[in-house]
Design a protein around this ligand. Sequence first.
Ligand code: RB5
Length: 148
Amino acid sequence: MKEKIGIASDHGGFDLKELIKTKLMKTVDCTDYGTNNHDSVDYPVVIGAACKKLLAGEVDRLVILCGTGIGASIIANRFSGVRAALCHDEFTAEMSRRHNNANVLVLGGRILGPDLAERILEKWLHTEFEGGRHERRINSIEEISQNQ
Ligand code: RB5
């Protein structure tokens, strides 16, 4: 069965979202949670809604974008169970999977060129979590953040 990947952006990430979506649709079951044009939209609203779909199990993983990727990261990581990684290169994409089991990839639509963005996506899609001591640390994130 194909992996289910959701994708969402604000207007700042819209162009790159469309390009990434075209790539994703060739290999995975891709659901687009908007936005659907260049009209200005508040990133917490569209990204927050997509994170809720992920946590409800509608998709297995999520790719989110805004202009820099910063606002999208901030709102996504407010959700317990979301591990959103803002990646600017293939190394951070690889490590976000191996060590952090990142279930959300964050990209900056006004930062990345299309070739680099696609390489980051490929690395994130095809790198497995290592588990072991990294599993303990991930569990620790949830424990500590719930007891603050
Ligand atoms: C929108 O102009 C821009 O602020 C947004 O896309 C994002 O970069 C916020 O972090």
